[in-house]
Structure formats: structure tokens, C-alpha cells
Design a protein around this ligand. Structure first.
Ligand code: DGL
Length: 282
């Protein structure tokens, strides 16, 4: 078209992905810290939880979700899921992105969490609570040793915490047993732990019970704020990405499951009314 600026950059939303509802705890903090951007949330609820699945499956599902968000115009995708960050992020960054579109970016939640551990833990002994997949990958240990070689990271798998949250049982009496069980197992492995990392984006919904059973001196780290601050810093350092992000303060939700089902539980995470649309991933 005559007069059109052929070099104009098309802008898009920030994609936020989780296997289910957990990433909503990250999205909430992203919107608090960076309210001017537009967000597109995708929960693969039909195939959640990912936590006990194999590397191949978590990688396949995560890549499908990233491609879906790219196809909807997102220049940047946040894997708001530790399991996907642990099992799929590196392969997607190193192998898939150069082929799909080297100008787009996919970022995870583990690195921003690890970066502040040295500031928080006085004893240098940190406990990471995560899904079986995240713990089996040892991503927290590996990333922490790179930055803080003297720090001790003890990982604890909590296989039933995500199902408890996804089934709206986080406030129920039955949850107490399994919250206490995994915390006791972690402390039995290393009594010097003075900091817990909630290494799964579902776990903030169990925070009251985690506080109840954690030793009093233990600090509990939720990831939302850390990821949001890290993204703010990233966008400051990468103006070439920042200028590709649309700014309208909007949010849209996609789920691979039934939207009504998603909306009713999602509002527990967001403290707001949610209206999602169905999106097929396979
Ligand atoms: N919310 C995801 C995480 O942060 C895990 C949930 C799942 O098991 O699918 O690890």
C-alpha cells in the first residue's frame, strides 16, 4: 500500500504458559509489576499434571504450547511452570527456536529464582519443593551450583501437592497430611535448611499449610514476584524485544480443557472473574 511503512514492527502479547492453573500465580505478579503489557495465558489443563510425565512427553507438550502462542502472535513466551522450565526450556531455546523464529524468545522460572538464593539464605542450605519431574531433573541444584558453588540444595519431590490444588482441596483437612509429610522428609534430609523454594507454581495455594508445618525460622520463597522483577529487568536490557510487545493492559485466557471448568478454578488463583476460550493443542 502506498505510503505504508514497510519496516513497521508488528507487536504481540506476552505469552504465559503452564500445564494448568499454577502459572496464574506468576501471571498475577507479572500484571502487578508490568501492568501496561498485554498477556495471553495458556493452560494445558486437558493434559495436566505434567509433573510425573517423562522428559519426551513434557518436551512435546511444552513445544506444542509454545508454537500455539507463537501462532497467536506472541514474540515472547514465559514458561510459568517449573516442570516445563526444567525439562523443556533448554532444548526449545537451543534446538527449536533457531528453526522456528530466532527473533522470538522463551524464558523460564528457575533461573530468576536461583539468582536471589544467596541473598536470602543465611545458612547456605536451601530446600526446593517441586514436582517429581522438576526434582528428577536436578535443575535447581545444577543452576545453583553454577552461581553459588558453596550452597547446598536439597530437593524434595511432592507428587500429591499439584493434584490436591487442581482438585480444590488446598484448604481441606486432607491436604495437611501430605504438606507435613513432604516438609518432614525434606527437613530429615538436611536440618540446616533455612529457606524453602516453592519450586512449582501451584504451591503458593498451599502457602498457609506450608507455613504451618515449616520450622519457624524457615523463609518461604514464592516465585511470582521474582519472575516479574526478572522480566522487568530483561525488557530493560532488551529494548529490541520490549518494542515488539503490545501495551493495552489486557489479558486473555486459553485452556485445552472445558472453559467453564477452567474459569471456576482459575478465579481462585487470580482473585478475579476469568472467562477463557478453548484451544486445541494436539
Ligand atoms: N505448575 C507446574 C510447575 O510449576 C507443575 C504442575 C504439573 O505437575 O503439571 O511445576
Amino acid at each position: 500500500m502506498a505510503g505504508a511503512d514497510a519496516s513497521a514492527i508488528s507487536v504481540g502479547r506476552i505469552g504465559v504458559f503452564d500445564s494448568g492453573y499454577g502459572g496464574l500465580t506468576i501471571l498475577r505478579e507479572l500484571r502487578n509489576t508490568l501492568p501496561e503489557y498485554d498477556y495471553l495465558y495458556l493452560g494445558d489443563n486437558a493434559r495436566a499434571p505434567y509433573g510425573s510425565r517423562s522428559f519426551e512427553i513434557i518436551y512435546k507438550y511444552t513445544l506444542e504450547a509454545v508454537k500455539e502462542l507463537f501462532s497467536r502472535g506472541c514474540p515472547l513466551v514465559i514458561l510459568a511452570c517449573n516442570t516445563a522450565s526444567a525439562k523443556a526450556l533448554r532444548t526449545i531455546q537451543q534446538r527449536d527456536l533457531p528453526e522456528i523464529d530466532p527473533s522470538r524468545r522463551v524464558l523460564g522460572v528457575i533461573r530468576p529464582t536461583v539468582e536471589i538464593l544467596n541473598d536470602v539464605s543465611a545458612s547456605g542450605h536451601v530446600g526446593v519443593l517441586g514436582t517429581p519431574g522438576t526434582v528428577a531433573s536436578h535443575s535447581y541444584q545444577i543452576e545453583t551450583v553454577k552461581l553459588f558453588p558453596k550452597m547446598t540444595v536439597t530437593e524434595q519431590s511432592c507428587p500429591l501437592w499439584v493434584p490436591i490444588v487442581e482438585n480444590s482441596e488446598a484448604d481441606g483437612d486432607g491436604a495437611d497430611y501430605f504438606v507435613k509429610k513432604y516438609i518432614d522428609e525434606l527437613m530429615a534430609k538436611d536440618a540446616d535448611v533455612d529457606t524453602f523454594v516453592l519450586g512449582c507454581t501451584h504451591y503458593p495455594l498451599l502457602i498457609e499449610k506450608i507455613r504451618k508445618y515449616a520450622p519457624e525460622r524457615v523463609k518461604i520463597l514464592e516465585q511470582g514476584r521474582l519472575v516479574a522483577e526478572s522480566l522487568k529487568d530483561y525488557l530493560r536490557r532488551h529494548p529490541e524485544m520490549d518494542c515488539r510487545l503490545s501495551r493495552g493492559g489486557s489479558v486473555e485466557y486459553l485452556t485445552s480443557e472445558n472453559p467453564e471448568k477452567f474459569d471456576s478454578l482459575a478465579s481462585v488463583f487470580t482473585h478475579q472473574e476469568v472467562r477463557s476460550c478453548r484451544c486445541s493443542l494436539d
